[in-house]
Ligand binder design. Structure first.
Ligand code: GTP
Ligand code: NA
Ligand code: MG
Length: 301
């Protein structure tokens, strides 16, 4: 990509944190507060990711159980996230999965924004959270560091705007860019087989523009894009970088974390996926042979 082709794209955010610290509540609260009601096809549906708009700028939230998805994608070498929101409940403070989340974000080189949640609770102690985070080398601004932190309440809806502003500020620092004027590439967020619609894959377009009619290779699967559906249920003709969108038309279901790319024609798509499927079969066969071998070895002892 030439530098002059690179355009600003919206940030992609994942929410992580300890169990029950309020990840789902926060995602739901942000989404509900920012859904434009009365919009065409405005019924929101769960597609594993959604976009909100703040001050005319978009933010993409990956809505799958943050931690697990993040880890699965990282294990497959896919990096979908620009910013990690670390949710820490102010009454519970830093816990084992908080620490794990910090290591994941740091290993991936993804900046953290701390959402100190449940500040509505009488037992909330946000200052304790900040102090404990120091021990894990997360230095928030008031502690002399550069990590943004926002006190929120997911259930009361407190300071959600501040959190979105912090995300946009962090995105500006990151100076996120992509080339929209090329064939699309990105990552599979989740995929399933739907009785009525066939294979449904939620993807994140990371570069280029994905179009209805494109031929897509996704992991070991391929297909021609029959429809693109947003988290609002809208059918769209094209999806720009940082857009999460459902693809209909794949012939199988790829895995979360698989990469996808648009190819020139069906013959090429077949060739690539047949090769990949053969390799996957060979690998499985080798694994079975290995297991059989060690079983025979054990029996002969
Ligand atoms: P897991 O996905 O199970 O790890 O949990 P989670 O992090 O998604 O937490 P979840 O959103 O399910 O919230 C856990 C509990 O905390 C629920 O009972 C929520 O109602 C409650 N909760 C979440 N946010 C807040 C908050 O801001 N204030 C209060 N008082 N309770 C909250
Ligand atoms: Na929970
Ligand atoms: Mg949850």
């Amino acid at each position: 990509d030439r530098p002059e082709d690179m355009e600003t794209r919206s940030p992609v955010v994942t929410i992580m944190g300890h169990v029950d610290h309020g990840k789902t509540s926060l995602l739901d609260a942000i989404r509900n507060a920012n859904v434009v009601s009365g919009e065409a096809g405005g019924i929101t549906q769960h597609i594993g990711a959604y976009q909100v708009e703040k001050n005319g700028q978009k933010i993409t939230f990956i809505d799958t159980p943050g931690h697990a998805a993040f880890t699965a994608m990282r294990a497959r070498g896919a990096q979908a996230t620009d910013i990690a929101i670390l949710v820490v409940a102010a009454d519970d403070s830093v816990m084992p999965q908080t620490i794990e989340s910090i290591s994941h974000a740091k290993a991936a080189g993804v900046p953290i924004i701390v959402a100190i949640n449940k500040i509505d609770k009488p037992s909330a102690d946000p200052q304790k959270v900040r102090t404990q985070l120091l021990q894990h080398e997360v230095f928030v601004e008031s502690m002399g560091g550069e990590v943004l932190d926002v006190e929120v309440s997911a259930t009361k809806g407190t300071n959600l705007d501040k959190l979105l502003e912090a995300i946009l500020l962090q995105a500006e620092v990151l100076d996120l860019k992509a080339n929209a004027n090329r064939t699309a590439e990105g990552v599979i967020i989740e995929a399933k087989l739907d009785k009525g619609r066939g294979s449904v894959a939620t993807v994140l377009v990371q570069t280029g523009t994905l179009l209805v009619g494109d031929i897509v290779v996704a992991g070991n699967e391929w297909g021609r894009v029959r429809a693109l559906v947003t988290d609002r249920g809208d059918h769209i003709k094209e999806a720009l970088p940082s857009t999460p969108v459902e693809i209909l038309g794949l012939q199988g279901t790829p895995q979360a974390g698989d990469r996808f790319a648009v190819v020139d024609n069906e013959a090429k798509a077949r060739e690539i996926t047949e090769y990949r499927q053969r390799k996957a079969r060979d690998k499985a066969a080798a694994r079975h042979a290995g297991q059989r071998g060690s079983l025979e070895h054990m029996m002969s002892q």
